[in-house]
Design a protein around this ligand. Structure first.
Ligand code: COA
Length: 373
């Protein structure tokens, strides 16, 4: 029988990809060969989405065209608005996106004539619109106009959320977060999308399954769970005492550890830098200082390091983003990676269907109902 440690397909090479390297020695995290530090410093999310979905960095005119395409694709069909209005106001926003994606797939069906890149673009453009249409309708009964002319997805999202001019530091933080979230090889949600795509199902089904998988706290949901911890800590000393107590009672500290990385997550320091900048701009370092202490205690006590989700929590909070929207923003970035993987799977497809080691009862005779205990 497999041990728990060998479970979870840890270390198993489950296929080939030309999209991303994760933790490869001497190479690190790359999207189509480009290092994550360069992308996070110099590129916009739209450049990265273009790179992932279309396979190359865009020229200026290609990027301008792509931005125009996304701006023009932000509107929601009336049928989808009705669905979003019918969903409960207290639904989890991840469930709203999962349902919104699925509903769009019934209204704008993928057929043999559909260009799959158009669906990817449509989802990149509409995921923020779906979330914020639903949010404002249930918060205040307002049917907002989701068609902004902001030229970035980050600006579009913050504009729709706050309903006012977007702060540039916050916009760039969300932009960088989308880049960092955009792709990560065969993680659980991407693998879900590939398994679905390998059955030759439609694009929306593959993405709906991926959204449902990302929702879990061991995957994308960790950023919300990290926020739940740090927001109840008033000082670094309280953080230290709380984390020690949690570790003593064998609780997980969300936002720490990783299946593939063993020493550090290269994305963590990038978002930590943005979290620091936002804290300094706000004039209140409490959340940042608390987070840094949690990081120190985890390194000292468990040799565990923060993954991307830990400092993402304080960064998003300082952008005025409600906690239940943290994982949905992950979706808005990761849709680019999911799309690239669905295309790649389709381009050289074979059904994904592994085997299992049977550990159940020996073959036995059927027991008639009257003789069962
Ligand atoms: N807090 C406390 N202990 C942790 C931990 C965490 N965040 N992450 C791992 N550990 C401990 C485990 O309890 C385990 O200890 P043990 O050997 O005494 O049983 C050991 O480290 C190995 O962890 P394991 O769960 O086997 O690793 P995994 O590769 O199966 O899981 C994660 C990887 C990411 C699921 C895991 O680190 C985790 O649950 N992290 C918190 C959720 C999170 O941040 N997810 C986002 C991932 S990007």
């Amino acid at each position: 029988m497999q041990s728990k440690k060998a479970g979870g397909l840890a270390g198993v090479i489950a296929g080939e990809t030309a999209i991303c390297t994760v933790g490869t020695e001497g190479v690190g995290l790359t999207y189509r060969g480009y290092g994550i530090h360069d992308l996070a410093e110099h590129a916009s999310f739209e450049e990265v989405a273009y790179l992932l979905i279309r396979g190359k960095l865009p020229t200026q005119s290609e990027l301008d065209g792509y931005r125009e395409t996304l701006i023009g694709a932000r509107g929601l069909p009336d049928g989808l608005k009705i669905v979003l209005e019918q969903l409960p106001g207290d639904a989890h926003p991840m469930d709203v996106l999962r349902t919104g994606c699925s509903a769009l797939g019934t209204i704008e069906k993928e057929t043999e004539d559909t260009n799959q890149s158009d669906i990817a673009d449509r989802l990149v453009a509409t995921l923020p619109s779906m979330l914020l249409y639903w949010h404002h309708f249930h918060e205040s009964g307002t049917r907002i106009n989701v068609e902004t002319d902001d030229d970035t997805t980050a600006g579009h999202f913050l504009h729709l959320l706050h309903g006012r001019e977007v702060d540039e530091l916050q916009r760039r933080t969300v932009d960088v977060s989308l880049i960092l979230y955009a792709e990560h090889e065969f993680n659980a949600s991407t693998f879900t999308a590939r398994v679905a795509a390998a059955t030759l199902t439609d694009f929306y089904s593959a993405v709906s399954g991926a959204i449902g998988t990302l929702r879990g706290p061991l995957h994308g949901g960790a950023n919300e769970a990290a926020m739940a911890l740090i927001e109840r800590l008033d000082s670094p000393d309280e953080a230290e005492a709380t984390v020690l107590e949690m570790l003593a009672t064998k609780q997980l500290i969300m936002g720490f550890g990783h299946r593939v990385y063993t020493v550090s997550d290269p994305r963590s320091d990038i978002i930590k830098g943005w979290s620091r900048k936002l804290s300094e701009a706000s004039g209140d370092m409490t959340l940042f200082d608390v987070s840094v202490r949690v990081e120190e205690v985890m390194r000292r006590e468990k040799k565990l390091f923060p993954n991307l989700d830990f400092f993402m929590a304080s960064a998003y909070h300082l952008c005025g983003i409600p906690t239940p929207m943290f994982t949905p923003i992950f979706v808005m970035g990761r849709i680019a990676g999911w799309a690239a993987h669905i295309f790649e799977q389709r381009s050289d497809n074979r059904l994904i269907r592994p085997g299992a080691e049977y550990i159940g009862p020996e073959p036995t005779d059927y027991v008639p109902m009257a003789e069962r205990e």
